[in-house]
Design a protein around this ligand. Structure first.
Ligand SMILES: C[S@@+](CC[C@H](N)C(=O)[O-])C[C@H]1O[C@@H](n2cnc3c(N)ncnc32)[C@H](O)[C@@H]1O
Length: 277
């Protein structure tokens, strides 16, 4: 993908999710499910708040629930433990940061990372309303995480990696910030291997979390090439023909093989270069 195309796509994603955050802030119901956002191109039961247990929704501020634009519930699959440091890539309105912060308790720390100012402001308000004191929201991109190496126990993410314009960079960054033995619990849209990039783009837009999705094999191979083990990508529900909400799990080896260099990054077999538009 050319730099100009990548920059334009990222700007479009930022603009779209800023609108979503503004709409929630204005009190509009389920605004994220307008066309052109995650859940805009699909049934509302496939994305957002419907994927959380009623009990979990009940312990959250209304605007955190309304702003939910994910395609799964990573806090339900990530093995979060008391005292863990957790990083949520693309934290949006903060729903998974708040749930993680409650799970890991006062000795743990939950980071939310997002590039959209409006989402960060909404997440801060939601966390404050939920009485959360062990969460920090950071501004930045998931392709260059503003945290030191080996500083995180668990990386979660909900329907964001498909929106990245440089997925190999994201997978390497996850490997860099995780401590040896650290875990990944990610929800994302993933394509069946039979669908080529242009066929994925026929099924939905890039900002709608469809066109930029990796295939199952691309995810598995990308994580393995970035040094992860025990990699699994499991479909949970179909969101478009051949496209699924999926749970992605992996572990960083307990003995770190070290961070991968730029040259190693070039060797990563991820063929996905968004293929969209
Ligand atoms: C589909 S929403 C999901 C938000 C949240 N994870 C949830 O489940 O509600 C995507 C979020 O990821 C953020 N995002 C997208 N691409 C990003 C990137 N490259 N770096 C940082 N944040 C990004 C957007 O600003 C938006 O808040």
């Amino acid at each position: 993908m050319s730099t100009t195309t990548a920059d334009a796509l990222r700007d479009e994603v930022r603009r779209r999710y800023a609108e979503s955050a503004d709409a929630v802030t204005r009190g509009e119901a389920n605004p994220g499910c307008g066309s052109g956002s995650c859940c805009g191109d699909a049934e509302s039961a496939d994305f957002g708040e419907a994927l959380y247990e009623a009990e979990q929704r009940g312990e959250l501020p209304k605007t955190a629930v309304l702003a939910s634009l994910g395609c799964g519930n990573p806090t339900a699959v990530a093995d979060l433990r008391e005292g863990d440091t957790v990083l949520d890539l693309g934290s949006g309105g903060g729903i998974d940061v708040i749930l993680s912060a409650k799970r890991i308790g006062p000795t743990g720390l939950a980071y939310g990372l997002d590039m959209t100012d409006e989402m960060l402001a909404l997440a801060q308000r939601n966390a404050a309303e939920a009485g959360i004191r062990n969460a920090i929201f950071l501004k930045g991109v998931i392709e260059a995480v503003p945290l030191p190496p080996e500083s995180v126990d668990v990386v979660i993410s909900n329907c964001v990696i498909n929106l990245s314009v440089d997925k190999p960079a994201v997978l390497l960054e996850i490997g860099r910030v995780l401590r040896p033995g650290g875990r990944i619990g990610i929800s994302d849209v993933v394509a069946e291997d039979r669908l080529a990039s242009d066929e994925r783009a026929e099924r939905g837009s890039f900002v709608g979390c469809i066109a930029g999705a990796l295939s199952q094999s691309e995810y598995v191979e990308g994580l393995a090439a970035a040094g992860f083990e025990d990699v699994s990508v499991t479909f949970t529900h179909e969101v478009a023909d051949g496209m699924h909400g999926a749970i992605v799990k992996a572990t960083k080896p307990a003995r770190s093989r070290g961070n991968r260099s730029e040259e190693q990054r070039a060797e990563l077999p991820l063929v996905q270069r968004s293929g969209c538009c």
